[in-house]
Design a protein around this ligand. Structure first.
Ligand code: CA
Length: 511
């Protein structure tokens, strides 16, 4: 009897020690790495269904964690999306409504809250908010403005401009790994890896030149959109046929020695670019003597090949970061996120660029891995927004979100828990007329409908039934049979405007 008791006691001790060690692991604050790319649409990612894209490492994050099927931005443009990440607020509240503004670094920024709760924080790479990060991060090393793809300058914390040799995506990875290695190991960390890729003008790394040349990309069904009953779509200046430049964008018949875009390339890099774009692609172009639709389609193929080739280095470097976490024993307790600042047009409606409330630019890729907490292969259908990034990360770090944050934590959705969640999203875009002549507008997207109000020199409405018309080619706002639907959606829009305190929209809609 005595002996049995003894064994039971020993077993109990062993079990206790197991459960307490498991608790210790779970109660340890997670590290957080947010890899934020630029202009990388979900339509260019394998795990979102593109069979031509070679993105095994980005796909790996989703497969080992959760993939969001419906992630949207509140203002589809570079700087404003980063300002929203920092603040958890809409552009009209954080003040950074367009890329020509200067971000107010003294306002609430959630990385400071993480820092106050014991985190070490860093932002490395593209920042694009005009103001320097100052005390918002314990460490930073950022690209000035858009930065260069080759041999880029960085602005260091000492406000020095330092030039690094190599390709920007590789350099950002090296700087990030160095920072992780040399951090204060006693503290959890939060690191934003701000990627330049895949922003215009899509300069691939030397090893990726021509990597998609044997691929013939399918022309999107809306490539020859005539913009019927859609004034703003007809008014834009972001089409592949008209706006995209053969030289500036597609590197055709340019002087690789004197053109400023190539001024950063060293001798070998320049020789590789000349051999590929000059001797091969420009020669092929000159021989074809293309015009009209044939020219537009040739430009589209070149755009796709450059865009996807630029993404190769992005994916390869994400693989390097995941391997680094594995080899340094960090994978288990580090949340890894991959997202982009917004979506992008890959020829849909005949376009490149972003800005519109339409699906391709409104959506952004988002996936998150947290071993032991998020079940591998989780797919999330709820509509999330970039205002949710800050409160979710605070929540996952067990830090209280301040009330002023406008987004909601989706941490519980990641664990397949049922929580009350929004059934529509609110959007507001401002930047006009430069650089792409997209009229300012605001609107809502429900699971089925999208209502948008364009304003400025001209004021008009658009309504789309996303179920019947997923390409958004048929503006049904003025159809008599939709008047009840329009009335209901306007009530919803007004409610969203009030909820997010968008005074400008309220004023426009009341006229
Ligand atoms: Ca962007």
């Amino acid at each position: 009897m005595k002996c049995n008791l003894c064994i039971s006691f020993i077993l109990l001790c062993i079990l206790n020690s197991f459960s307490s060690s498991a608790q210790t692991v779970k109660s340890k604050k997670p590290n957080i790495i947010f890899i934020l790319s630029d202009d990388h649409t979900n339509k260019a990612i394998g795990v979102y269904g593109n069979k031509l894209a070679k993105t095994p490492n980005i796909d790996r994050i989703a497969k080992e964690g959760a993939l969001f099927k419906n992630f949207f931005v509140t203002n589809s443009i570079c700087g404003p999306s980063r300002a929203t990440l920092l603040t958890g607020k809409y552009s009209h509240v954080n003040g950074f409504i367009s890329n020509d503004k200067k971000f107010d670094i003294n306002q609430f920024i959630f990385s400071r809250t993480l820092e106050d709760s014991g985190y070490q924080t860093a932002w490395i790479g593209k920042w694009h908010l005009e103001t320097l990060p100052r005390d918002a991060f314990s460490y930073w090393n950022i690209l000035p403005d858009q930065g260069y793809y080759f041999n880029p300058n960085f602005i260091t914390q000492q406000n020095d401009t330092v030039s690094y040799k190599g390709y920007v995506t590789d350099i950002i990875t090296d700087l990030s790994e160095n920072w992780i290695k040399n951090r204060d190991h006693a503290k959890p960390f939060f690191l934003v890896i701000g990627e330049k890729a895949t922003h215009r003008e899509w300069l691939p790394a030397i090893e990726d030149l021509g990597s998609y040349d044997d691929v013939n990309f399918p022309i999107p069904a809306s490539f020859y959109d005539t913009y019927d009953k859609r004034k703003a779509a007809g008014h834009q200046d972001m089409s592949i046929a008209e706006t995209m430049k053969l030289g500036f964008d597609l590197k055709i018949n340019v002087d690789y020695d004197t053109d400023w875009i190539y001024s950063r390339l060293d001798k070998e890099q320049r020789a590789a670019y000349k051999a590929y774009y000059g001797d091969k692609i420009s020669k092929e172009f000159n021989e074809k003597k293309l015009s009209g639709k044939a020219l537009a389609e040739w430009k589209y193929q070149r755009y796709m090949r450059d865009y996807f080739a630029t993404a190769n280095s992005l994916d390869r470097n994400i693989g390097k970061i995941l391997d680094f976490l594995d080899t340094n024993g960090l994978a288990e307790n580090t949340i890894v996120i991959y997202g982009s600042d917004q979506g992008f047009y890959l020829g849909e409606h005949g376009w490149f660029d972003k800005r519109f409330i339409y699906e391709e630019s409104l959506r952004t890729p988002f996936m998150i891995r947290y071993p032991g907490v998020i079940k591998p292969g989780t797919v999330i259908e709820q509509s999330a927004l970039n205002i949710d990034w800050a409160p979710t990360l605070l929540d996952m770090a067990a830090v209280q979100s301040p009330k002023e944050i406008q987004g909601n934590s989706f941490a519980k959705l990641l664990e397949n828990k049922t929580i009350p969640w929004r059934d529509r999203i609110y959007y507001h875009y401002y930047e006009y007329p430069q650089p792409h002549r997209v009229m300012p507008h605001f609107g809502i997207r429900t699971t089925r409908y999208k209502l948008a109000r364009f304003y400025g020199n001209e004021n008009f409405w658009e309504l789309y039934d996303l179920k019947k018309d997923p390409q958004e080619l048929n503006n049904i706002y003025s159809q008599y049979e939709n008047s009840k639907l329009v009335k209901k959606l306007k009530q919803d829009l007004n409610a969203s405007i009030a909820e997010y305190k968008d005074d400008l929209a309220a004023q426009i809609i009341s006229k």
